[in-house]
Design a protein around this ligand. Structure first.
Ligand code: VAH
Length: 362
């Protein structure tokens, strides 16, 4: 970790979705960089160890404008990491709620960044987590033919979540460049919006809920607990994935990049793109007693089949020096399996019986 990098993310930091998988890992990473002035915001309380690393944790609904408008208590934030959102499968159970959280919530955060930019007389940096769910490819045949997709291709999302995130990317660009352009008083300070389109994320410490790429994490965490796992997509289903530590590094690298080094606002970041069967094989190599079966959920299969089998992240590599540490094999061997084993052995020793394996929203 580059110690002097904390200088480029010094100042007051707001993290929305602080209690989630990405939010919790980001707090730990930033605190290891020496960043201390972190305000966390979420609907749910973060775990006590995460709350301890934050200067303040506020609970509230991101779609409620007055609540978001009050964040900061009149003191402007320098950088906002906006992670809060409802993922793809959760969004297909409650589309209007997903729109409210994902779109109204993001608009509220953009307004907060705009007002705080005016208060500090320079742009607030707003780092936004978008997704490969912004892509929509018509058939598996076209998905295979498309291979690694660039940021400008196949932008026809088939989920509420993907549509929300694609629109919020455009809203972010608008706030950066043209907000209220017919009114002279709006010609002043803009915001500095940047986004990454995350692939499926695999964490050793938490299991996501409400995603459609969750089968990878669920498979590993089930095996580590000696639980059988029934995978809801076909064995040949291929998606881009990334280990959580790399996802966090990509966010921080993007936040540290100088504005003039960025040729675009929204970037793909990628690491590896295995099939479900290839993931199962690595899981079984580490947990030989694990039992992995397949029971296809046709709706979730349709969603995953519309996402690219790989993404082209050359722009991120050129503009802000992005490169993953973990490829597929190394990520399992050096990060995922050792940490998962440790996680569950600690739980087993505590006799808590409570599993990290959250009730994934199947
Ligand atoms: C989801 N984890 O499964 C998210 C991701 C690749 C999609 O954004 O909905």
């Amino acid at each position: 970790m580059n110690k002097n990098s904390s200088s480029s993310i010094a100042g007051r930091i707001l993290i929305t979705g602080v209690s989630g998988e990405v939010g919790s890992s980001l707090v730990q990473y930033l605190s290891r960089l020496g960043v201390s002035d972190i305000t966390g915001f979420d609907l749910r309380d973060p775990s006590p160890d995460i709350a301890l690393l934050c200067k303040e944790v506020l609970k509230g609904d991101i779609s409620d404008s007055p609540t978001v408008d009050d964040l900061g208590n009149g003191q402007p934030f320098d950088t906002i990491f906006h992670l809060a959102g409802i993922l793809s499968s959760g969004g297909e159970r409650a589309p209007l709620m997903a729109h409210k959280v994902n779109v109204t919530g993001t608009l509220n955060i953009l307004e907060l960044a705009r007002k705080h930019s005016e208060m500090r007389k320079e742009p607030v940096k707003l780092v936004f987590t978008s997704t490969i769910a912004t892509y929509g490819i018509r058939s598996v045949k076209d998905k295979v033919a498309a291979r690694a997709v660039r940021e400008v291709d196949h932008l026809h999302p088939i989920t509420m979540y993907g549509a929300n995130k694609l629109y919020c990317e455009s809203l972010g660009r608008y706030y950066c460049e043209n907000f209220g352009m017919l009114e002279p008083q709006n010609a002043g300070i803009k915001i500095d919006f940047r986004a990454v389109r995350f692939p499926g994320l695999i964490s050793a410490h938490t299991v996501p809920t409400g995603g459609t790429s969750d089968y990878a994490s669920e498979m590993v965490h089930a095996a580590a607990q000696g639980m059988p796992y029934s995978c809801f997509v076909r064995p040949d289903t291929r998606l881009p994935f990334m280990m959580m530590p790399d996802a966090i590094r990509s966010l921080v690298l993007l936040s540290q990049a100088s504005p003039e080094s960025l040729s675009q606002r929204v970037y793909n970041v990628a690491a590896f793109a295995p099939s479900a069967e290839e993931i199962a094989k690595l899981v079984k190599r580490s947990f030989p007693m694990s039992t992995i079966s397949y029971s296809i959920n046709p709706i979730r299969q349709t969603i995953v089949d519309s996402w690219p089998e790989d993404i082209d992240d050359s722009a991120a590599r050129t503009d802000f020096g992005w490169a993953p540490v973990y490829d597929f094999e190394r990520g399992f061997a050096e990060y995922l399996i050792p940490a998962v084993r440790l996680c569950y052995s600690k739980h087993a020793n505590r006799g808590s019986g409570s599993h990290l394996f959250l009730d994934a929203a199947n």
